[in-house]
Write a new protein. Structure first.
Length: 247
């Protein structure tokens, strides 16, 4: 069987079964295990399936239209978020000028920061309150306060960002997908995130593993424009696009 026909057969079986093993595909196509593994690698490279140990799963990218408020977010994936936050806080040194976004994982970062000489800028009302309580120097952007997440957005926030140059920017995200990149439901909030990244030497997106394979309404950045700190990475394709730290 020709390679393209074999790969079509693999995708057809995957669509029917929703999960396939290498042994199963060998039986269907008559090809060797080595050949099937090469085919799976090629199909994964093309973004047609998710290659896993011993077989493959379909690509699942879910569109989400609504954003939960901060009270709900705080209750989701809390142990994972705390591990991510601890690692991210460890990236900050006392020489840094840091931008902190208004994500729930970033809120946890404040508790772990051990860089008393660093300077912080944020569009998060909660971060703006908590940073001085830790004895940290903090500036807050002006603008419109978004209900639910208490993120500061709008033209004034965008203009305020132009005054700064960051050594490190830390962003939250609602979705991460290979083709869509980093996304968030609110276009105005997306613009603030993108503007903060544009002013930074180094940008990290903090995202628990539930964010992968999810797309929301507004694009923020392409995958290659920021590194990722996460708790688990099931889909190895993302490693082709950016630096990912699994903690």
């Amino acid at each position: 069987m020709l390679a393209e026909l074999r790969m079509e057969a693999i995708l057809a079986e995957l669509e029917k079964e929703q999960a396939v093993s290498v042994a199963q595909l060998c039986q269907i196509t008559g090809a060797s295990e080595a050949t099937i593994r090469r085919d799976l690698n090629e199909l994964a490279r093309r973004g047609k399936l998710n290659k896993v140990h011993g077989g493959a799963l379909p690509i699942r990218e879910e569109f989400r239209g609504e954003e939960p408020n901060m009270d709900v977010k705080r209750q989701l994936h809390t142990p994972e978020k705390m591990r991510i936050a601890r690692y991210a806080a460890g990236l900050i040194t006392s020489d840094d000028v840091v931008y902190l976004d208004a994500g729930s994982t970033i809120m946890h970062m404040v508790d772990y920061i051990q860089a008393p000489g660093a300077t912080f800028v944020t569009n998060s009302v909660e971060c703006a309150q908590r940073l001085p309580q830790r004895g940290l120097r903090a500036y807050v952007l002006g603008g419109v306060i978004k209900p639910g997440t208490l993120a500061i957005i709008g033209c004034e926030a965008m203009e305020g960002l132009k005054k700064y140059h960051f050594t490190k920017t830390f962003l939250g995200t609602n979705g991460i997908a290979v083709n869509a990149g980093f996304t968030t439901p609110d276009p105005e909030e997306a613009m603030v995130k993108a503007a903060a990244a544009a002013q930074a030497r180094e940008t990290w997106v903090l995202a628990d593993s539930s964010k992968f394979g999810t797309i929301t309404a507004a694009s923020v950045l392409c995958l290659n424009q920021a590194g990722i700190v996460t708790d688990r990475l099931d889909d190895r394709r993302y490693l082709e696009y950016t630096d990912i730290q699994v903690v």
